[in-house]
Design a protein around this ligand. Structure first.
Ligand SMILES: [Zn+2]
Length: 276
């Protein structure tokens, strides 16, 4: 073997989520290890009649299964965790790493498909510092988003440091009260950053995204004025928004009726874990 083939390398491969909003799946590969970030579903386009969900093509990973060390989850939205049942079926026993709420959702999903047995799902607790996966040392930090427990990652690799920053916003009055760990990220970044992989949705719109708190006020306004029932639709993983709808309902003496299988399931998981 030539000298060169031993030189450490880092490849980034997107299996989804680049140039599109959903179906997030990002692969970091070194000489010996692969770590995957997120495993989300996409939603069918108008020309995909009869297709219910779109999942990333994981044949690249299946071919390199012995190198795949972990799937690390950034947050609990479907376009970041929804493909896990399909992938776990194809590639068993890859350790999954997730914070408390996404871990609960994943456990419920895998239980439903009878895939949970023997599947390691490790809890990420950003306060407890970094965790190691093969040659990667991963430092999770809290960000803000429209679902509790969203994370970004500072990643040390043999060739340099990466910042992997999926969906985030700066919300200084977040619904769950947990602030973006800007100081932690800034301190880590002092060690140098080779590349930033960042969410850029809405980046070409001027201005500042308002706090999720303003949605609470909108709900209250609607409920105060409405004479009959109020219908609210949301992604089933959007626990913070459900809490806001419930808060507004309580304030105006309204009864809440959740409707939908995933909504029911996620509400149950969120209640069990103390998020609702
Ligand atoms: Zn999201």
């Amino acid at each position: 073997m030539s000298e060169e083939s031993h030189a450490p390398y880092l490849h980034y491969i997107s299996l989804g989520g680049n140039g599109e909003v959903t179906k997030n799946m990002h692969v970091f590969e070194t000489n010996d290890d692969i770590v995957v970030f997120d495993a989300g579903i996409g939603f069918p386009q108008a020309d995909q009649l009869g297709v219910d969900v779109v999942i990333p093509d994981v044949s690249y990973l299946v071919e390199r299964r012995s190198k795949v060390r972990a799937i690390v989850i950034s947050h609990a939205h479907e376009d970041h965790i929804g493909a896990l049942p399909y992938i776990v079926k194809e590639m068993t026993n890859i350790p999954i790493y997730a914070a408390k709420l996404p871990r609960g959702f994943i456990q419920a999903k895998l239980t439903e498909k009878n895939l949970l047995k023997g599947q390691p799902i490790h809890l990420i607790e950003p306060e407890k510092g970094p965790f190691k996966v093969g040659q990667f040392e991963i430092f999770p930090y809290r960000v803000n988003h429209s679902v509790p427990d969203p994370l970004g990652f500072f990643i040390k690799t043999p060739v340099g440091n990466m910042v992997f920053s999926p969906d985030f916003k700066f919300d200084w009055t977040p619904v769950d009260g947990k602030l973006f760990e800007v100081g932690k990220l800034a301190a880590l970044a002092q060690q140098g950053v080779l590349a930033l992989f960042s969410d850029s949705l809405g980046v070409n719109r001027e201005g500042y995204t308002e706090s999720e708190q303003m949605i609470q006020k909108a709900f209250e306004r609607e409920m105060q004025d409405a004479r009959g029932q109020v219908f609210i639709t949301t992604m089933s993983s959007n626990i913070s928004r459900m809490q806001q709808a419930i808060n507004a309902s309580v304030k105006y003496g309204r009864k809440v009726v959740p409707a939908g299988r995933s909504i029911d399931q996620n509400i149950q998981t969120a209640i069990n874990l103390g998020y609702l």
